[in-house]
Design a protein around this ligand. Structure first.
Ligand SMILES: Cc1cc2nc3c(=O)[nH]c(=O)nc-3n(C[C@H](O)[C@H](O)[C@H](O)COP(=O)(O)OP(=O)(O)OC[C@H]3O[C@@H](n4cnc5c(N)ncnc54)[C@H](O)[C@@H]3O)c2cc1C
Length: 471
């Protein structure tokens, strides 16, 4: 019997230190630790981890290279599949994807695939900065002009894939900076430098970017503006906001507004959004139990809030987000009011929020999502004192492209209609992918959708009939 060593622990900032800074919580593996962890992998032939990765990352192949100490080869294998491993290794919920499927994990702790991938990417980044990698591929008469609308991971993956073929890709983004949601994720999850490096790499590949540019008529890109194809990667950026009494009081913000005001470049914020630089002495309530709620509570703690409370309507076992994030938030001092749902926002001066009125809940039978549905307990009202309330109830697709809306967006959720095998939409030459097609999802799923649409465009450029791409 082969002895299985325990999972190698990375360096982690202690909770009392990390709750006072925005540096990454996990500071990574040393070379020795990475080697030790790589050696735990049993290199399965029918790798379940690879099958569970939305991108089909050839995990055993690069871990085998790492076991031999061949970091560049490991990176080459990862990059042959994944367009943004330095981002996915930090952001993917590996416990639900590759690590959740790890064969070793049936009896032992799974291999730390995410941490190993991050180690390989970080090491390679250091080497690549010395050598200067990635340059534009020569354009030929076969090169096409492609427009990508939105600059989140879906468009970034598409742009990279097509630019590597020699196509001329232009990204249009309505915000002043590129990256979509990645731009305002908490830095303790994704350091700004990692995203900047990725965007610089795309720049070296010749991808052109137009920030501050909102596209309102998608078809005109292909009919009037001379693009051979267009990609819709506009995400699902509209926060779901419940209609509760007092929701318009000062101090009640959506999770997007909160995170953008903390993490976005202060000079570039919309006029009515002041940057949030500290919350010293403030009482913050974050409503919702998903990953974006955890991002908000952990950000509020780091900004010095006196009290941070997460209010969620189900129990901990039925929380939708990552268990790791919930655990980290608890360690950092976040309080949880579980089985509780907000019913109104109250104010002592009729202007600024001072309290969230909540109702206790109990769990009934499973709903269509498979989780037990919460039911209010009559007469159980209780207050949560708060002078800043962040609504983190999820995201919806924003209605876009007014005059083309009825062709493109499918009721009832308003997601963009696209063939999942090709990304082709009902509009000829227009493809789509990412959160705007699936609803709010994951970075790796958006990246995969960008790659699928890039492949659909290749077939379109090769003359395949539009009808075949859409059916
Ligand atoms: C707070 C939060 C935390 C998250 N944490 C994680 C995580 O840890 N791990 C994970 O895997 N996923 C996470 N996600 C989900 C992930 O960020 C998304 O699934 C992913 O970013 C979707 O990528 P996308 O390219 O489809 O769209 P987005 O990233 O939403 O980008 C769309 C872009 O399109 C732009 N745009 C919209 N309309 C137009 C227009 N008409 N013209 C020009 N530009 C336009 C928008 O401004 C935006 O920049 C999180 C999401 C949120 C909100």
């Amino acid at each position: 019997m082969r002895e299985v060593k325990p999972r190698t622990q990375p360096r982690v900032q202690p909770s009392d230190v990390r709750s006072r800074n925005f540096d990454e919580v996990i500071t990574g593996y040393t070379s020795l630790n990475a080697l030790a962890e790589a050696q735990r992998c049993i290199l399965c032939k029918n790798a379940r981890c690879q099958a569970a990765c939305p991108l089909g990352n050839r995990i055993p192949e690069w871990i085998a290279a790492l076991q031999q100490g061949h970091i560049e080869e490991a990176y080459r294998v990862i990059r042959s599949i994944s367009p943004m491993p330095e981002l996915c290794s930090r952001l993917c919920p590996q416990e639900r994807l590759c690590e959740g499927a790890c064969a070793l994990g049936i009896k032992h702790e799974p291999v730390a695939i995410g941490l190993l991938e991050r180690f390989v990417c970080d090491e390679w980044r250091q080497m690549a900065h010395r050598d200067g990698q990635d340059s534009p591929i020569a354009r030929t008469s076969l090169s096409k002009r492609v427009a990508a609308v939105g600059s989140g991971p879906a468009s970034l993956a598409l742009a990279q894939s097509l630019a590597r073929d020699g196509h001329a890709v232009t990204i249009f983004e309505r915000w002043p900076h590129l990256g979509g949601v990645l731009r305002w994720l908490p830095r303790f999850k994704l350091p700004a430098r990692v995203l900047e490096d990725h965007l610089e790499m795309l720049g070296r590949l010749g991808v052109k970017c137009y920030p501050n540019t909102e596209v309102c008529w998608i078809e005109s890109l292909v009919t009037d503006e001379g693009f051979d194809a267009a990609f819709i990667g506009i995400g699902a950026g509209r926060p779901s906001v419940p209609e509760l009494p007092g929701a318009t009081l000062d101090g009640v913000l959506s999770s997007t507004e909160f995170l953008v005001r903390v993490f976005y470049d202060a000079q570039q914020l919309p006029n009515d959004w002041e940057p949030i630089t500290d919350l010293i002495g403030r009482r913050v309530a974050v409503l919702g139990g998903g990953d974006s709620a955890m991002d908000c509570v952990r950000t509020a703690i780091r900004l010095g809030a006196a009290e941070v409370t997460c209010v969620y309507r189900r129990d901990e076992a039925n929380m939708p987000g990552s268990k790791k994030e919930v655990q980290a938030a608890k360690e950092e001092g976040v309080r949880f009011q579980l089985l509780a749902s907000p019913v109104a926002f109250r104010s002592t001066d009729a202007r600024h929020v001072s309290q969230v009125e909540c109702l206790r809940m109990e769990l009934g039978d499973p709903d269509p999502s498979g989780r037990r549905a919460p039911r209010p307990i009559a007469g159980s009202e209780f207050p949560v004192e708060a002078d800043l309330v962040v609504l983190a109830f999820g995201y919806e697709v924003e209605a876009a492209f007014d005059n083309e809306h009825t062709y493109l967006m499918a009721p009832p959720r308003g997601t963009v209609k696209a063939n999942p095998e090709t990304g082709a939409t009902p509009l000829r030459g227009v493809f789509a992918g990412g959160d705007c097609v699936t609803g709010a999802n994951l970075v790796c799923m958006a990246a995969r959708a960008g790659l699928v649409a890039a492949q659909g465009m290749r077939r379109y450029f090769a003359g395949e009939p539009w009808e075949r791409l859409t059916t």
